[in-house]
Design a protein around this ligand. Structure first.
Ligand SMILES: [Zn+2]
Length: 325
């Protein structure tokens, strides 16, 4: 919250107070007295001043240990961090460390005309001279000839802003300060998950909510889902239930099985499963049991994969901004 108290208002009120003081004491207030008057006026007016509320959203991911601030202004980020350290006793934070400066990495991608896996280079870019001149060349919605780019790079320019798209889904501009700007989801259906997820293009709602880190987490989720798809394709037999092998007595009083447990008949293979909410059982032959055993084992694995599929889908959902209050 910020109080809106213009200096001109303080000065105006202080001026009339100074006049009152002059009439009272017979001489003009000096510099010291004027300063006191201004301070008194400020204290008096602050409670009446308009308040401006500012909303800076913060996303804390305790699992992957990320703190994301929805701003590209260092001052606002500092404000948030100061507030956090005031409110939470121990909140150790470290800025993101990267092995290569963003400018060097972006220059490298641009020169090679190749982005890291999963990313594509878009048309907006800025190249800046590294010397004192900081002369900049900007390309907006204009593709750049590779030869032209190399010429600028050879002249010592570095890429300071680069528009990119991740997996044809989310476009953004990466800057030399490692901030992400103009984050916008593209209006695409996610490949291979046609039935479940549609990301709509609502760039005003989903802004700077992702860092490279959360994008990496997303990438992992997508990769896991792809792997699950591949695994699921390898199953042919599938049965729920349990299979048990048992020896049985026939019930005839003069049969040996009635007195000797070792003489019981079998083995018999019993298959129990739920059907319409009720357990149902049937006996199967030994040959059938071999197939069934594999099918039941498959069922367990498929269920495990489905649970993982759900968990990773939830990660994709979590990556999108929740509704605003
Ligand atoms: Zn018997």
């Amino acid at each position: 919250m910020k109080k809106l108290l213009p200096a001109s208002v303080v000065n105006q009120v202080a001026k009339s107070r100074a006049q009152e003081a002059e009439e009272r004491q017979g001489y003009k207030p000096g510099r010291k007295q004027m300063k006191d008057i201004k301070e008194a006026v400020t204290d008096e007016l602050i409670p009446k001043a308009f308040s401006i509320f500012r909303d800076t959203r913060v996303w804390i991911d305790p699992v992957n240990r990320w703190l994301l601030i929805d701003t590209t202004s260092a001052a606002k980020a500092e404000e948030v961090l100061a507030l956090l350290s005031k409110s939470i006793d121990s909140f150790p934070l470290q800025p993101v460390q990267v092995p290569q400066s963003p400018a060097a990495a972006m220059t490298c991608w641009l020169a090679a005309d190749e982005a890291p896996a999963g990313f594509t280079i878009d048309q907006d870019t800025e190249l800046r001279a590294t010397g004192d001149s900081r002369a900049a060349i900007r390309y907006v919605r204009q593709s750049i000839e590779a030869a032209e780019v190399r010429k600028h790079i050879d002249e010592g320019k570095q890429c300071t802003r680069l528009a990119m798209t991740w997996r044809d889904r989310i476009s953004f501009v990466l800057t030399e300060a490692l901030t992400l700007k103009r984050i916008a989801p593209l209006d695409v259906r996610l490949k291979r998950h046609r039935s479940c997820i549609i990301i709509e293009a609502r760039p005003q709602q989903i802004k700077q909510h992702m860092t490279l880190a959360s994008q990496r987490a997303l990438q992992r989720a997508h990769a896991r889902i792809d792997a699950i798809h591949a695994s699921l394709g390898s199953f042919e037999l599938l049965c729920s239930g349990t299979l048990s092998q048992r020896m049985m007595t026939c019930g005839k009083p003069n049969c040996r099985c009635a007195t000797d447990p070792g003489a019981r008949h079998g083995p018999y293979y019993q298959w129990v499963r739920m059907r319409a909410g009720k357990p149902s059982q049937r006996y199967v032959s030994e040959q059938q049991a071999v197939i069934l055993h594999q099918a039941i084992e498959n069922y367990r694995q498929v269920k495990k994969l489905l649970r993982e599929w759900e968990e990773n889908t939830e990660r994709l959902i979590d990556a999108v901004q929740p509704p605003q209050p």
